[in-house]
Design a protein around this ligand. Structure first.
Ligand code: HEC
Ligand code: HEC
Length: 92
């Protein structure tokens, strides 16, 4: 991971999260048109952490953060994905 495309420059994932938060909280704009032409709902819970993307926070986000010693405080307020439920749903 590390870098996401944002127009012609690359930005880091936490910069994208800050951008989304500022847009929703300060400007009230909730949809994001990615350079790929896909529109996303700017939601940490419903988009980033959805079953289609990074549902497994402990495996995906935490493993890297533990290694690098980063502890985002975001989960004090935002709801973590319910991993047990998602894992049950993933049995194809
Ligand atoms: C003190 C509580 C609190 C903390 C801590 C917090 N947030 Fe939020 N965040 C909110 C609230 C309240 C909203 C507005 C929700 C809305 O209007 O839908 C919001 C909205 C957002 C949004 C846009 C809407 C959404 O539902 O995702 C993003 C993205 C976001 N925050 C990211 C972050 C990130 C990243 C962190 C950690 C660096 C963080 N927040 C930490 C309370 C918090
Ligand atoms: C490839 C490793 C890696 C992965 C995977 C990863 N992160 Fe990070 N994350 C980092 C690093 C490294 C930093 C600290 C960067 C810095 O401070 O410049 C960071 C910082 C953050 C921050 C800012 C924290 C702060 O206190 O400023 C947030 C928010 C964040 N990550 C959210 C997430 C979420 C949500 C996921 C899972 C969807 C995730 N990250 C997955 C490596 C990763």
């Amino acid at each position: 991971m590390g870098r996401l495309r944002q127009g012609r420059k690359s930005i880091k994932h936490m910069q994208l999260l800050d951008l989304w938060r500022d847009s929703v909280v300060r400007v009230g704009k909730r949809s994001y048109l990615a350079p790929s032409g896909v529109t996303y709902d700017m939601s940490l819970q419903n988009t980033c952490m959805s079953a289609d993307c990074h549902a497994k926070k402990t495996e995906f986000c935490d493993r890297c953060h533990n290694y690098t010693g980063v502890v985002p405080y975001c989960w004090d307020c935002h709801i973590e994905p319910k991993e047990e439920k998602l894992q049950a749903e993933e049995k194809h």
